[in-house]
Design a protein around this ligand. Structure first.
Ligand code: IPM
Ligand code: MG
Length: 368
Protein backbone atom coordinates (compact mmCIF):
# COMPACT_ATOMS: atom_id res chain seq x y z
CA UNK A 1 0.00 0.00 0.00
CA UNK A 2 1.19 3.50 -0.74
CA UNK A 3 1.82 6.00 2.03
CA UNK A 4 -0.95 8.38 3.01
CA UNK A 5 -0.60 11.73 1.27
CA UNK A 6 -0.31 15.09 2.94
CA UNK A 7 -0.39 18.48 1.23
CA UNK A 8 1.36 21.21 3.20
CA UNK A 9 0.38 24.83 2.58
CA UNK A 10 2.57 27.02 4.84
CA UNK A 11 1.01 30.30 3.65
CA UNK A 12 2.04 33.67 5.04
CA UNK A 13 3.58 35.37 8.07
CA UNK A 14 4.58 32.85 10.72
CA UNK A 15 2.99 30.02 8.69
CA UNK A 16 6.23 28.93 6.98
CA UNK A 17 8.37 28.99 10.15
CA UNK A 18 5.93 26.99 12.27
CA UNK A 19 5.53 24.51 9.41
CA UNK A 20 9.30 23.84 9.43
CA UNK A 21 8.82 22.52 12.97
CA UNK A 22 5.85 20.38 11.94
CA UNK A 23 8.01 18.85 9.20
CA UNK A 24 10.48 17.76 11.90
CA UNK A 25 7.66 15.98 13.70
CA UNK A 26 6.36 14.38 10.50
CA UNK A 27 9.89 13.17 9.69
CA UNK A 28 10.19 11.72 13.18
CA UNK A 29 7.05 9.62 12.69
CA UNK A 30 8.45 8.33 9.41
CA UNK A 31 11.84 7.45 10.88
CA UNK A 32 10.84 6.19 14.33
CA UNK A 33 7.28 4.91 14.10
CA UNK A 34 7.17 3.58 10.54
CA UNK A 35 4.48 6.13 9.73
CA UNK A 36 5.69 7.62 6.47
CA UNK A 37 3.69 10.22 4.56
CA UNK A 38 3.96 11.35 0.96
CA UNK A 39 4.37 15.04 1.63
CA UNK A 40 4.03 17.73 -1.01
CA UNK A 41 4.14 21.46 -0.49
CA UNK A 42 2.43 24.34 -2.26
CA UNK A 43 1.44 28.00 -1.96
CA UNK A 44 -1.68 29.59 -0.50
CA UNK A 45 -2.74 33.09 0.49
CA UNK A 46 -0.47 36.06 -0.09
CA UNK A 47 2.41 33.77 -1.03
CA UNK A 48 0.30 32.32 -3.86
CA UNK A 49 -0.84 35.79 -4.87
CA UNK A 50 2.76 36.98 -5.10
CA UNK A 51 3.71 34.04 -7.33
CA UNK A 52 0.53 33.57 -9.39
CA UNK A 53 -1.74 36.60 -8.88
CA UNK A 54 -4.34 34.47 -7.07
CA UNK A 55 -4.52 33.28 -3.43
CA UNK A 56 -5.13 29.70 -4.59
CA UNK A 57 -4.48 28.30 -8.06
CA UNK A 58 -6.79 25.71 -9.63
CA UNK A 59 -3.89 23.23 -9.61
CA UNK A 60 -3.43 23.63 -5.85
CA UNK A 61 -7.19 23.30 -5.35
CA UNK A 62 -7.14 20.05 -7.33
CA UNK A 63 -4.22 18.74 -5.32
CA UNK A 64 -6.04 19.55 -2.08
CA UNK A 65 -9.04 17.56 -3.33
CA UNK A 66 -6.92 14.52 -4.12
CA UNK A 67 -4.75 14.13 -1.00
CA UNK A 68 -5.67 12.36 2.24
CA UNK A 69 -5.23 15.53 4.31
CA UNK A 70 -4.17 19.16 3.97
CA UNK A 71 -2.10 20.94 6.62
CA UNK A 72 -2.20 24.75 6.45
CA UNK A 73 -0.13 27.35 8.31
CA UNK A 74 -1.74 30.78 8.13
CA UNK A 75 -2.79 33.35 5.55
CA UNK A 76 -2.85 37.14 5.36
CA UNK A 77 -0.82 40.20 6.22
CA UNK A 78 -0.90 44.00 6.02
CA UNK A 79 0.94 43.92 2.71
CA UNK A 80 -2.22 42.52 1.12
CA UNK A 81 -4.72 44.95 2.66
CA UNK A 82 -4.80 47.00 -0.52
CA UNK A 83 -5.75 44.06 -2.74
CA UNK A 84 -9.18 43.68 -4.25
CA UNK A 85 -11.45 41.64 -1.97
CA UNK A 86 -11.64 38.78 -4.49
CA UNK A 87 -7.90 38.07 -4.35
CA UNK A 88 -7.20 38.70 -0.68
CA UNK A 89 -5.19 35.89 0.99
CA UNK A 90 -8.22 34.86 3.09
CA UNK A 91 -10.14 34.01 -0.10
CA UNK A 92 -7.70 31.15 -0.71
CA UNK A 93 -8.52 29.58 2.63
CA UNK A 94 -12.25 30.15 2.22
CA UNK A 95 -12.15 28.54 -1.24
CA UNK A 96 -10.46 25.46 0.20
CA UNK A 97 -13.08 25.17 2.95
CA UNK A 98 -15.98 25.68 0.55
CA UNK A 99 -14.87 23.50 -2.38
CA UNK A 100 -13.71 20.66 -0.13
CA UNK A 101 -17.05 21.09 1.69
CA UNK A 102 -15.37 21.03 5.12
CA UNK A 103 -18.51 21.74 7.08
CA UNK A 104 -17.42 20.67 10.56
CA UNK A 105 -14.63 22.72 12.11
CA UNK A 106 -13.36 21.18 15.35
CA UNK A 107 -11.67 23.69 17.64
CA UNK A 108 -10.61 22.19 20.95
CA UNK A 109 -9.76 24.50 23.83
CA UNK A 110 -7.67 22.59 26.27
CA UNK A 111 -5.75 24.09 29.14
CA UNK A 112 -2.39 22.46 29.75
CA UNK A 113 -1.64 22.29 33.49
CA UNK A 114 1.69 24.06 33.04
CA UNK A 115 -0.07 27.02 31.45
CA UNK A 116 -3.04 27.50 33.78
CA UNK A 117 -1.34 30.63 35.16
CA UNK A 118 -1.21 32.26 31.74
CA UNK A 119 -4.91 32.63 31.34
CA UNK A 120 -6.37 36.05 32.00
CA UNK A 121 -8.93 34.17 34.10
CA UNK A 122 -8.37 32.73 37.57
CA UNK A 123 -6.49 29.45 37.64
CA UNK A 124 -9.36 27.40 39.11
CA UNK A 125 -11.66 28.61 36.31
CA UNK A 126 -9.43 27.20 33.56
CA UNK A 127 -7.27 24.42 35.10
CA UNK A 128 -8.19 21.12 33.48
CA UNK A 129 -10.40 22.81 30.89
CA UNK A 130 -11.18 20.58 27.90
CA UNK A 131 -13.93 21.76 25.61
CA UNK A 132 -14.58 21.34 21.90
CA UNK A 133 -16.19 23.98 19.75
CA UNK A 134 -17.71 22.70 16.52
CA UNK A 135 -18.10 25.57 14.12
CA UNK A 136 -20.15 25.21 10.93
CA UNK A 137 -17.65 26.23 8.27
CA UNK A 138 -19.12 26.27 4.78
CA UNK A 139 -22.31 28.29 5.02
CA UNK A 140 -23.96 31.06 7.02
CA UNK A 141 -23.05 34.71 6.63
CA UNK A 142 -19.56 33.86 5.30
CA UNK A 143 -21.02 32.56 2.05
CA UNK A 144 -24.70 33.64 1.92
CA UNK A 145 -26.08 35.53 -1.10
CA UNK A 146 -26.83 38.32 -1.79
CA UNK A 147 -23.63 39.94 -0.69
CA UNK A 148 -21.61 42.95 -1.76
CA UNK A 149 -21.46 46.71 -1.57
CA UNK A 150 -24.14 48.38 -3.66
CA UNK A 151 -25.16 51.93 -4.40
CA UNK A 152 -28.56 52.92 -3.04
CA UNK A 153 -29.54 56.49 -3.79
CA UNK A 154 -26.67 58.67 -2.70
CA UNK A 155 -25.01 56.22 -0.35
CA UNK A 156 -23.48 52.75 -0.43
CA UNK A 157 -24.84 49.74 1.40
CA UNK A 158 -22.81 46.74 2.59
CA UNK A 159 -24.73 43.47 2.44
CA UNK A 160 -24.12 39.98 3.77
CA UNK A 161 -26.70 37.29 4.24
CA UNK A 162 -27.06 34.72 6.98
CA UNK A 163 -28.56 31.61 5.40
CA UNK A 164 -28.79 28.02 6.60
CA UNK A 165 -30.58 25.07 5.05
CA UNK A 166 -31.97 22.27 7.21
CA UNK A 167 -29.48 19.80 5.79
CA UNK A 168 -26.54 22.07 6.58
CA UNK A 169 -27.64 22.31 10.19
CA UNK A 170 -28.49 18.61 10.35
CA UNK A 171 -25.04 17.40 9.28
CA UNK A 172 -23.02 19.61 11.60
CA UNK A 173 -25.35 18.73 14.50
CA UNK A 174 -24.65 15.05 13.81
CA UNK A 175 -20.89 15.73 13.92
CA UNK A 176 -21.35 17.38 17.32
CA UNK A 177 -23.42 14.53 18.78
CA UNK A 178 -21.05 11.87 17.43
CA UNK A 179 -18.08 13.63 18.96
CA UNK A 180 -19.86 14.23 22.27
CA UNK A 181 -20.44 10.50 22.61
CA UNK A 182 -16.66 10.01 22.57
CA UNK A 183 -16.15 12.75 25.19
CA UNK A 184 -18.42 14.06 27.96
CA UNK A 185 -21.68 13.23 26.14
CA UNK A 186 -22.93 16.83 26.38
CA UNK A 187 -23.76 19.29 23.60
CA UNK A 188 -24.64 22.97 23.95
CA UNK A 189 -25.97 24.54 20.76
CA UNK A 190 -25.58 28.31 20.37
CA UNK A 191 -27.50 30.70 18.09
CA UNK A 192 -29.63 33.78 18.45
CA UNK A 193 -33.11 32.37 18.00
CA UNK A 194 -34.41 35.43 19.84
CA UNK A 195 -33.57 37.73 16.93
CA UNK A 196 -32.69 35.60 13.86
CA UNK A 197 -34.95 33.25 11.91
CA UNK A 198 -31.88 31.25 10.91
CA UNK A 199 -31.36 30.78 14.65
CA UNK A 200 -34.94 29.57 15.13
CA UNK A 201 -34.41 26.96 12.40
CA UNK A 202 -30.98 26.05 13.81
CA UNK A 203 -32.45 25.33 17.25
CA UNK A 204 -35.34 23.33 15.82
CA UNK A 205 -33.17 21.12 13.60
CA UNK A 206 -30.54 20.46 16.29
CA UNK A 207 -33.32 19.45 18.70
CA UNK A 208 -34.89 17.14 16.08
CA UNK A 209 -31.59 15.40 15.26
CA UNK A 210 -31.09 14.93 18.98
CA UNK A 211 -34.56 13.55 19.71
CA UNK A 212 -34.53 11.18 16.74
CA UNK A 213 -31.00 9.83 16.79
CA UNK A 214 -29.04 11.00 19.84
CA UNK A 215 -31.46 11.03 22.81
CA UNK A 216 -28.65 9.63 25.02
CA UNK A 217 -26.60 12.83 24.62
CA UNK A 218 -27.40 15.72 26.96
CA UNK A 219 -28.48 18.72 24.85
CA UNK A 220 -28.93 22.35 25.86
CA UNK A 221 -29.46 25.55 23.86
CA UNK A 222 -28.04 28.96 24.63
CA UNK A 223 -28.13 32.35 22.94
CA UNK A 224 -24.66 33.00 21.57
CA UNK A 225 -24.15 36.23 23.50
CA UNK A 226 -25.00 34.50 26.77
CA UNK A 227 -22.72 31.68 25.63
CA UNK A 228 -19.82 34.12 25.30
CA UNK A 229 -20.51 35.33 28.83
CA UNK A 230 -20.73 31.77 30.21
CA UNK A 231 -17.48 30.84 28.44
CA UNK A 232 -15.70 33.51 30.46
CA UNK A 233 -17.63 32.89 33.69
CA UNK A 234 -17.37 29.10 34.01
CA UNK A 235 -16.09 27.41 30.83
CA UNK A 236 -15.92 23.98 32.46
CA UNK A 237 -19.73 23.71 32.29
CA UNK A 238 -19.29 22.92 28.57
CA UNK A 239 -18.21 19.78 26.75
CA UNK A 240 -19.09 20.21 23.06
CA UNK A 241 -20.42 23.53 21.75
CA UNK A 242 -21.98 23.54 18.27
CA UNK A 243 -22.59 26.83 16.53
CA UNK A 244 -22.69 28.62 13.18
CA UNK A 245 -19.85 29.99 11.09
CA UNK A 246 -19.67 33.55 12.44
CA UNK A 247 -20.51 32.85 16.08
CA UNK A 248 -18.03 29.98 15.94
CA UNK A 249 -15.32 32.31 14.67
CA UNK A 250 -15.84 34.65 17.61
CA UNK A 251 -16.45 32.09 20.34
CA UNK A 252 -13.42 30.02 19.36
CA UNK A 253 -11.06 33.00 19.63
CA UNK A 254 -12.47 33.75 23.07
CA UNK A 255 -12.21 30.09 24.12
CA UNK A 256 -8.65 29.95 22.81
CA UNK A 257 -7.56 32.78 25.04
CA UNK A 258 -8.98 30.98 28.10
CA UNK A 259 -6.19 28.49 27.66
CA UNK A 260 -3.44 31.09 27.90
CA UNK A 261 -2.40 31.69 24.31
CA UNK A 262 -3.83 31.56 20.82
CA UNK A 263 -0.48 30.04 19.91
CA UNK A 264 -1.54 26.74 21.45
CA UNK A 265 -4.72 25.82 19.66
CA UNK A 266 -5.12 23.47 16.71
CA UNK A 267 -8.16 22.82 14.54
CA UNK A 268 -9.54 20.23 12.17
CA UNK A 269 -11.97 20.97 9.37
CA UNK A 270 -13.75 17.84 8.26
CA UNK A 271 -16.10 17.00 5.41
CA UNK A 272 -17.84 13.90 4.15
CA UNK A 273 -15.93 10.61 3.87
CA UNK A 274 -13.94 10.05 0.67
CA UNK A 275 -13.87 6.77 -1.26
CA UNK A 276 -11.13 5.45 1.06
CA UNK A 277 -13.32 6.11 4.11
CA UNK A 278 -11.22 9.03 5.36
CA UNK A 279 -13.02 12.35 5.78
CA UNK A 280 -12.04 15.23 3.52
CA UNK A 281 -9.83 17.16 5.89
CA UNK A 282 -7.81 20.29 6.42
CA UNK A 283 -5.86 20.95 9.61
CA UNK A 284 -4.70 24.39 10.68
CA UNK A 285 -3.80 26.34 13.81
CA UNK A 286 -6.50 28.70 15.08
CA UNK A 287 -4.00 31.58 15.21
CA UNK A 288 -3.40 33.86 12.26
CA UNK A 289 -0.29 34.84 10.34
CA UNK A 290 0.98 37.24 13.07
CA UNK A 291 2.97 39.38 10.61
CA UNK A 292 4.33 41.54 13.45
CA UNK A 293 6.49 38.69 14.75
CA UNK A 294 7.11 36.76 11.50
CA UNK A 295 10.67 35.73 10.74
CA UNK A 296 12.00 36.47 14.23
CA UNK A 297 11.91 33.01 15.78
CA UNK A 298 9.22 34.16 18.21
CA UNK A 299 6.29 32.16 16.88
CA UNK A 300 4.87 29.28 18.88
CA UNK A 301 4.82 26.15 16.67
CA UNK A 302 2.63 24.18 19.11
CA UNK A 303 -0.77 25.01 17.56
CA UNK A 304 0.44 23.78 14.18
CA UNK A 305 2.13 20.70 15.66
CA UNK A 306 -1.08 19.86 17.55
CA UNK A 307 -2.98 20.30 14.28
CA UNK A 308 -0.85 17.48 12.88
CA UNK A 309 -1.79 15.46 16.00
CA UNK A 310 -5.43 16.02 15.06
CA UNK A 311 -4.62 14.75 11.54
CA UNK A 312 -3.14 11.59 13.07
CA UNK A 313 -6.36 11.12 15.06
CA UNK A 314 -9.09 12.10 12.60
CA UNK A 315 -7.59 11.27 9.19
CA UNK A 316 -5.15 8.47 9.85
CA UNK A 317 -6.78 6.54 12.68
CA UNK A 318 -3.73 6.84 14.90
CA UNK A 319 -5.31 8.22 18.05
CA UNK A 320 -2.53 6.54 20.03
CA UNK A 321 0.17 8.40 18.10
CA UNK A 322 -1.79 11.66 18.42
CA UNK A 323 -1.83 11.17 22.18
CA UNK A 324 1.92 10.50 22.11
CA UNK A 325 2.47 13.84 20.38
CA UNK A 326 0.14 15.69 22.74
CA UNK A 327 2.03 14.22 25.68
CA UNK A 328 5.34 15.31 24.20
CA UNK A 329 3.99 18.87 24.04
CA UNK A 330 2.75 18.58 27.60
CA UNK A 331 6.20 17.41 28.70
CA UNK A 332 8.15 20.32 27.20
CA UNK A 333 5.70 22.75 28.76
CA UNK A 334 6.01 21.02 32.12
CA UNK A 335 9.79 21.24 31.72
CA UNK A 336 9.36 25.01 31.59
CA UNK A 337 9.97 25.71 27.89
CA UNK A 338 8.18 28.83 26.74
CA UNK A 339 8.01 30.63 23.42
CA UNK A 340 7.68 34.41 23.54
CA UNK A 341 3.85 34.33 23.58
CA UNK A 342 3.95 32.39 26.85
CA UNK A 343 6.13 34.64 28.94
CA UNK A 344 5.09 36.01 32.27
CA UNK A 345 6.89 33.93 34.85
CA UNK A 346 9.83 35.60 36.41
CA UNK A 347 13.30 34.74 35.14
CA UNK A 348 12.08 32.61 32.23
CA UNK A 349 13.96 33.10 28.98
CA UNK A 350 11.96 32.42 25.84
CA UNK A 351 13.02 29.67 23.47
CA UNK A 352 12.86 30.16 19.72
CA UNK A 353 10.39 28.54 17.36
CA UNK A 354 13.07 26.05 16.29
CA UNK A 355 14.14 25.25 19.85
CA UNK A 356 10.54 24.49 20.76
CA UNK A 357 10.20 22.19 17.74
CA UNK A 358 13.47 20.41 18.56
CA UNK A 359 12.44 19.95 22.19
CA UNK A 360 9.14 18.36 21.15
CA UNK A 361 10.99 15.96 18.84
CA UNK A 362 13.40 15.13 21.68
CA UNK A 363 10.41 14.47 23.96
CA UNK A 364 8.99 12.16 21.28
CA UNK A 365 12.30 10.33 21.27
CA UNK A 366 12.08 9.58 24.96
CA UNK A 367 8.52 8.31 24.47
CA UNK A 368 9.37 5.73 21.82
C1 IPM B 1 -10.37 31.63 11.37
C2 IPM B 1 -9.97 32.91 10.70
C3 IPM B 1 -10.58 32.94 9.30
C4 IPM B 1 -12.07 33.03 9.48
C5 IPM B 1 -10.05 34.03 8.36
C6 IPM B 1 -8.55 34.01 8.24
C7 IPM B 1 -10.68 33.92 7.00
O1 IPM B 1 -10.32 34.00 11.48
O2 IPM B 1 -10.09 30.56 10.81
O3 IPM B 1 -10.94 31.69 12.46
O4 IPM B 1 -12.64 34.11 9.64
O5 IPM B 1 -12.70 31.98 9.41
MG1 MG C 1 -11.07 33.50 13.42
Amino acid sequence: MSNPSLLILPGDGIGPEVMVEVRKVIDWYGAKRGLAFDVSEDLVGGAAYDAHGTPLTDETMEKAQSVDAVLLGAVGGPKYDVLDFSVKPERGLLRLRKEMDLYANLRPAQCFDALADFSSLKKDVVAGLDIMIIRELTSGIYFGEPRGIIQEGNERVGINTQRYTESEIDRVARSAFELARKRGNKVCSMEKANVMESGVLWREVVQKVHDEDYPDVELSHMYADAGAMQLCRWPKQFDVIVTDNLFGDLLSDAAAMLTGSLGMLPSASLGAPMANGRPKALYEPVHGSAPDIAGQGKANPIACILSFAMALRYSFDHGDEATRLEQAVEKVLADGLRTADLLGEEGVQPVTTAEMGDAIVAALDTSA
